[in-house]
Design a binder for this molecule. Structure first.
Ligand code: FAD
Length: 463
């Protein structure tokens, strides 16, 4: 990085907050994308840690003057390489913007700086006892800015929706350095084109989020988990639409298969607490305002599951048992990751999920490989893992991926439901959306960022 740029950055934020030492910046060069598909970082970078909007604005103005790209950095938990600098860049870390500014009990909102982690936000709300932030994407190290900018989903979207449904207001700094506010604590807003919604999910190319106001809900007083084993996949997934049609909307409905549960248990050194074994499982979390409401829902859900051939309906109401099951589910990803070359995020209309999983299995058989898949079944969103072969990336990886994407599209789906395009899926974008869509995205980007400063090579190719 040019000495002049480093010196100017030091004059903006102070030399303590500029990192140039190679050994201290390694963590900023990667994210959680599986290593075989993770973009190669460009080592010619400088990490800068501003304390607020004014400094961020000055950094972006400097970047435009000096034509140096800026890559915003949140918690680094992304799964599509979006936060990895592939050009000589300024990595702008939001980690010092970590204050919770306000909990507004009457308007049901929480406002915090962008670098607050999901973990910190949840801990703060737990202290209130009666205010609840429902979304829970799997890694609590993610920052709220990163959650907004990736429009993260997670297991609890069934009842409350994805992060987009919670963002009421944002403060952003545009790529050209001007700060602006979008939205607020309002419920209704028809004031022109919705730029707030455009920025949500923009993967760090339209602006840097510095402050977020999220909507909150009252904390449900009761939470119960159900584990429902089935003898086959279709009996399990076909239960879900019937359940939803009855007006039963659990907090989450996850789908898992026996071998993946085994693998996660082995990884954790845990024992699966459910005696009745099946080949496929629904893992359902129900919430209610009191015990009676929660258990009455469980009973109705249990009956519908049994009508669909469930082998058992196991209710876990003790906190330790619930946490154990949740931990095993969450660790399917961790258990598979060392042997994975890529983690896909395909999403179809919910009723097509069984067909999609069958197609994925057939594609695996064609390539004589196993494609483990699990995920958020009620959202039509599964995560098939492409596995290593003899410890290496298999030669058919790209063609197999294209076939999975093609089947997903045929079923009315999309190639990513929650993880984003980032840098790893950019090559698949033409297959997903077509040239006019890409052209419009490029033009929108140009309006926000005429010098292509912010996170180049992300979402859309640079011209
Ligand atoms: C174990 C595990 C489980 C996960 N589970 C889920 C899940 O269930 N659902 C889901 O949707 N995702 C999941 N993820 C993915 C990840 O947690 C989300 O994508 C999350 O939103 C990333 O946030 P982050 O702060 O880590 O962002 P980063 O990885 O740091 O960055 C992601 C992108 O956002 C940009 N960015 C970050 N902060 C800002 C900001 N303030 N302003 C502008 N741009 C910014 C970066 O430049 C980059 O383009 C999981 C990841 C892991 C490792």
């Amino acid at each position: 990085m040019k000495r002049k740029v480093i010196e100017k950055l030091e004059s903006i934020v102070g030399s303590d907050w500029v990192v140039v030492e190679e050994d201290q910046m390694q963590d900023y060069l990667i994210d959680e994308t599986p290593e075989p598909v993770r973009p190669k970082p460009n080592p010619d970078v400088v990490v800068v840690k501003p304390e607020g909007v004014q400094e961020i604005s000055e950094i972006l103005k400097l970047a435009n003057q000096e034509s140096v790209p800026v890559v915003p950095r949140g918690g680094g938990t992304g799964l599509c390489g979006a936060a990895i600098p592939t050009k000589p860049s300024i990595i702008l870390s939001l980690e010092r913007l970590d204050d919770i500014i306000e909990i507004d009990r009457d308007n049901f909102t929480i406002t915090c700086e962008a670098g607050v982690t999901l973990e910190k936000l949840l801990e703060e709300l737990e202290e209130t006892d009666d205010l609840f932030f429902p979304p829970h994407p799997g890694d609590e190290g993610a920052q709220v800015g990163g959650l907004v900018i990736e429009n993260a989903g997670g297991a609890r979207a069934v009842k409350y929706g994805v992060i987009r449904n919670f963002v009421k207001g944002l403060e952003i700094v545009l790529p050209t350095g001007e700060a602006m506010e979008l939205g607020g604590k309002i419920i209704k807003n028809n004031t022109g084109l919705d730029l707030l919604d455009l920025v949500i999910g923009s993967e760090g190319i339209l602006g840097i989020v510095t402050k977020v106001t999220f909507r909150l809900y009252p904390t449900p007083k009761e939470r119960v988990s159900l584990v429902v084993p089935y003898g086959d996949r279709h009996s399990a997934v076909d239960t879900v639409p019937d359940m939803l049609r009855e007006g039963l909307t659990p907090l989450s409905i996850e789908y898992m298969e026996e071998d993946l549960i085994e693998r996660a248990c082995e990884h954790l050194g845990e024992k699966w607490p459910v005696k009745t074994r099946g080949s496929a499982y629904l893992y359902i979390i129900v919430t209610g305002n009191d015990e009676e409401e929660a258990f009455s829902q469980c009973e109705k859900i249990g009956n519908i599951c049994q009508e669909h051939g469930a082998l058992d309906v196991v209710i876990a109401d003790r906190r330790r048992e619930q946490e154990k099951i949740l931990n095993i589910r969450s660790n399917i990803y961790t258990a598979l990751k060392p042997d994975s070359v890529d983690i896909l995020d395909v999403t179809v209309p919910p009723a097509e999920i069984g067909k999609l999983m069958d197609e994925i299995e057939k594609i695996g058989e064609k390539y004589e490989t196993y494609i483990p898949a699990y995920g958020h079944v009620a959202d039509g969103n599964v995560h098939p893992h492409i596995m290593k072969e003899d410890g290496k990336t298999p030669p058919y990886m790209e063609s197999m991926k294209e076939e999975i994407y093609s089947k997903t599209k045929e079923l009315g789906g999309v190639i990513t439901g929650e993880h984003g395009i980032g840098k790893t899926r950019i090559k698949n974008l033409p297959q997903a959306v077509g040239s006019k869509y890409i052209d419009l995205m490029k033009k929108i980007r140009k309006v926000f960022d005429p010098n292509n400063i912010l996170n180049p090579g992300t979402v859309v190719e640079d011209d």
